[in-house]
Design a protein around this ligand. Structure first.
Ligand code: FMN
Length: 164
């Protein structure tokens, strides 16, 4: 995918929505899952438009991202889907069907990634690199604040292959 001014608008969409939350939808051959994310980066890297999301070891989402290369970042319209963001930020897909609970309608891309219909913007992502946060490489105040329980994030770097 080429970057252009439309891409810059989508960068703004993601960055301005992160404090409310966005939906990360993951899927493998057997199941789909959705969780709220408040951390992400978006930009240009390795000659590709790229996004990076951070997913903790304990998330069910992590299990799906480890068994499939595709996911979507679903950016809701401002001040919308707040109830759904709360549900998907609390309940785990191990116990709850969050799609049913939120009454989400979904669609599939040609690459087999699943997304929520009705969001403002969807980024289709293809994982190209991942890295677990390493305590010895991290500034100590962040280590103490964010990882005192040792539930580390994995950073998933992904090519943005399509914007919907
Ligand atoms: C506003 C908000 C932002 C969140 N951001 C993240 C995040 O960036 N990474 C993460 O691992 N968990 C994040 N969470 C927590 C997960 O959404 C939550 O633990 C979820 O229940 C995990 O679902 P799962 O087990 O089905 O994957 C966030 C929660 C909220 C409410």
């Amino acid at each position: 995918m080429k970057t252009n001014s439309n891409y810059q608008n989508k960068v703004n969409d993601l960055v301005s929505q992160l404090h409310e939350g966005c939906f990360l939808v993951s899927n493998n051959e057997k199941e789909i899952n959705v969780m709220t994310i408040g951390c992400a980066l978006i930009g240009y890297m390795w000659q590709m438009p790229m996004a990076m999301v951070l997913v903790r070891d304990t998330r069910h989402t992590k299990e799906l991202l480890e068994s499939s290369d595709v996911f979507t970042i679903n950016i809701p319209k401002k001040f919308e889907m707040l109830r759904e963001l709360e549900i998907c930020g609390k309940a785990s897909g191990r116990k709850v069907d969050k799609f049913e609970k939120c009454n989400f309608k979904t669609a599939s891309t040609d690459s087999g990634a699943i997304y929520i219909t009705g969001c403002k913007t969807v980024l289709e992502c293809n994982i190209v690199y991942k890295q677990i946060v390493t305590s010895s490489n991290l500034r100590s105040d962040i280590l103490n604040n964010i990882y005192s329980n040792e539930d580390y994030h994995t950073l998933y770097f992904a090519e943005i292959t399509r914007i919907i």
